[in-house]
Design a protein around this ligand. Structure first.
Ligand code: WTA
Length: 672
């Protein structure tokens, strides 16, 4: 494009904005190269995608490899259990690896990995794995899984640190049709146990341990504790974090536990990819809901693949020469879609870093970007707020000029953090894509398209192609300030909740007569049609971008003999976005007779054991009573008001209005 044409596109994007909000227009660089031209280009393709869902998604799917083509792009006959690319046969691992090698990318780096530990004065371990090497490793791994008797349709849990072997394990499962259920490495033994049992996983893949903030975490020990109560789990496949030097604390149970390196020696590095029907299950990923029991969110082979591929391509403008770094752990959906599958489906190079952003110092992420010349950096608002707190000096010490695009995910980003990110990390040059989506959606749903969509700090902007988003009130009428809703199905939509189809319907499809998907988030649509996600409207709290159900914590507390009842609410938190505040009533036999500090410690230890340390509340406040309506419903809104120091809203519906004052007094005295 000529300079004038580029300027025209940029100008056109600037026109027509009604509000006076701060607007950032697509940079010249992006406009020049963009796949879609300007806001008008976005709108044209968006219109087409909505008018002709089948055509849009069919074209995207055609860019991937299918052993057999589909007979229908979308089958809505079993709504809300949609089927995409019906009868199509494919394999996502084949598309990530074999198909890229066939395109000539065999010697290209697929994964750049950096370990956490840094020896004083020397660099940490770095590995670069080409597409060809990755294919061999994945095939070998798949053959080891077969050797353990695992076959298509079986489920396997994976509990590993952020090392390349985690991606390899995931891809190996996908290659042979074994369903992977990755459990984030921060979860406790009991949480693993529940997930393994819910899915009847036949094996657990783990590593002796991994590093986090300089500490070696012995993961295998946690798995041992978990699988002691998992009758379905016949094998634990154990990898070594340091080849030839297993962690001495790692005990192997004969008959059950298998060292990966032993099982893999002499095993072939060739393994055909299973041709799977598009609607077979690719993976299960557990996420918190508004009841105590986590939901096993199911994703399909074909639809999920197309969604991951398409969003990674457009939202991140992914190119062959990019080094893409998504800082999420593969234990969460972001790591599934934008560490493992999306980048590899696009033939890009992806960076994996094992550890924490502050190990050994606050400059670690910037050093990684500088050393490896990362071009796209995708992280969470919580991390950005931590970087702000640690100070700009850490950034100034490093050369971040390789960066061309930034992304944010997991929670609403406050404009202040957005602007800091833009100025200090992006040098006012890199567009920011604030991507809204969730475990259930498989991939991006609302996001700017870089080079097209002018951005406003704090807004996820406009829906992705093919995503028909609305803001509704309780009755299903369109409004400017209400609840986010999605009208039409999209390829990455979950296949439902494992073992509980009714819960899927009840949770996501019952709110507006089955006409819309209900994601559980509030939203505002501004004068320009831009969407601003306001946070969860259900009893799920986003702590540092990790979803935690308040009911899950309440279920933990009630197990303690002294606890009569509790209510957990989400409250504003400067760094984490939201934190958890727990209000606990003691049984009368215990009230006033226990040491509250001591009991709070015990309750926290129970949270560590039953969920994981990351789910600990900010505070546990012991209160005489909870604010309830006459029908016995806890008014959580009042607990949030008290926690955030606000004037109390209407209390006239309370059975006993004096309760809130008692709670407030206790809240403040406990704080002092
Ligand atoms: C929140 C993570 C605002 C939201 C991908 C959603 C966001 C939940 C954004 C899903 C964003 C995610 N802006 N809120 N850009 N991205 N969320 O399943 O509340 O771990 O429902 O998926 O995170 O969390 P999940």
């Amino acid at each position: 494009m000529s300079t004038e044409e580029i300027d025209d596109v940029r100008k056109a994007s600037a026109e027509g904005f009604a509000s006076a909000d701060q607007i950032f227009h697509p940079s010249t660089d992006f406009v020049q190269k963009a796949r879609v031209q300007g806001l008008d280009g976005y709108r044209a393709l968006y219109e087409r995608s909505i008018q002709d869902l089948d055509g849009f998604w069919g074209d995207e799917a055609s860019q991937l490899h299918w052993f057999e083509r589909w007979s229908a792009v979308l089958d809505e006959s079993r709504k809300p259990f949609f089927r995409w690319f019906v009868d199509g046969k494919t394999n996502i691992a084949y598309n990530c690896l074999d198909a890229q090698i066939a395109k000539g990318l065999g010697d290209k780096t697929a994964i750049v990995y950096e370990a956490e530990p840094t020896e004083a004065g020397s660099a940490s371990e770095i590995r670069k794995i080409t597409y060809r090497e990755l294919l061999s490793e994945v095939c070998r791994f798949a053959n080891v899984l077969k050797g353990l008797g695992l076959k298509k349709g079986d489920t396997v849990a994976i509990y590993m640190p952020m090392v390349p072997e985690l991606a390899i394990a995931v891809l190996a499962c996908a290659r042979i049709g074994v369903i992977h259920s990755v459990v984030f490495g921060g979860f406790s033994a009991e949480a693993i146990r529940d997930r393994v049992n819910d899915a009847s996983s036949k094996a657990v893949i783990t590593m002796d341990g991994g590093y986090r903030r300089g500490k070696f975490l012995a993961l295998k020990q946690t798995v041992d504790e978990a699988v002691a109560e998992c009758p379905s789990c016949a094998h634990v496949l154990v990898l070594e974090r340091h080849s030839g030097k297993p962690d001495p604390s790692c005990q192997m149970k004969p008959g059950r536990d298998v060292w990966y390196h032993e099982a893999a020696s002499g095993v072939s590095s060739e393994c055909p990819a299973e041709a799977l029907e598009s609607n077979e299950m690719l993976f299960l990923l557990y996420t918190s809901g508004s009841t105590g029991k986590p939901k096993g969110i199911m994703h399909s082979v074909g639809g999920y693949m197309v969604h991951a591929y398409t969003t990674n391509k457009y939202s991140f403008d992914l190119r062959g020469d990019d080094l893409f770094w998504c800082t999420a752990d593969v234990g969460w959906v972001t790591g599934h879609t934008y560490v493992v599958y999306g980048p590899l489906l696009n033939g890009a190079s992806v960076l994996m870093y094992e550890g924490a952003p502050d190990a050994p110092d606050f400059g670690r992420f910037w050093k990684i970007i500088q050393d490896h010349k990362v071009t796209i950096f995708y992280t969470a608002p919580t991390a950005i707020r931590a970087f702000m707190k640690w100070g700009d000096d850490w950034l100034k010490k490093h050369d971040l000029s390789s960066l061309r695009l930034l992304g944010s995910v997991g929670e609403p980003i406050n404009p202040e953090a957005w602007l800091w990110f833009h100025k200090n990390v992006g040098a006012e040059r890199c567009p920011i894509v604030d991507t809204w989506w969730q475990t259930e959606t498989g991939g991006h749903m609302i996001t700017p398209i870089p080079g097209c969509t002018p951005t406003k700090p704090g807004s996820a902007t406009l829906p992705f192609f093919g995503i028909d988003a609305a803001v509704l009130d309780e009755h299903g009428n369109e409004t400017d300030h209400g609840i986010l809703a999605i009208r039409k199905p999209w390829p990455g939509i979950t296949q439902g909740i494992f073992g509980d189809p009714q819960r899927y319907i009840d949770t996501y499809w019952n709110r507006w007569g089955g006409q819309y998907y209900f994601p559980g988030d509030g939203a505002i649509r501004d004068k320009d049609g831009y969407l601003w996600i306001t946070g969860r409207v259900d009893d799920v709290v986003n702590v540092s971008g990790h979803r935690i159900g308040t009911a899950e914590l309440e279920a933990v507390f009630i197990e303690h003999e002294a606890v009569a009842e509790s209510a957990v609410v989400g409250v504003k938190h400067e760094l984490k976005g939201q934190g958890l505040m727990a209000f606990v009533i003691l049984k009368s036999a215990f009230a006033g007779k226990v040491d509250e500090t001591d009991l709070a410690k015990k309750l926290n230890a129970m949270v560590d054991a039953k969920i994981g340390k990351f789910a600990r509340p900010e505070r546990i406040v012991f209160v005489p009573d909870l604010p309830k309506t006459r029908s016995g419903k806890i008014m959580r809104r009042l607990l949030r008001d008290i926690s955030e120091g606000r004037e109390l809203g209407n209390v006239t519906t309370l059975a006993d209005p004096s309760v809130v004052e008692a709670i407030r007094t206790k809240f403040q005295s406990a704080k002092a």
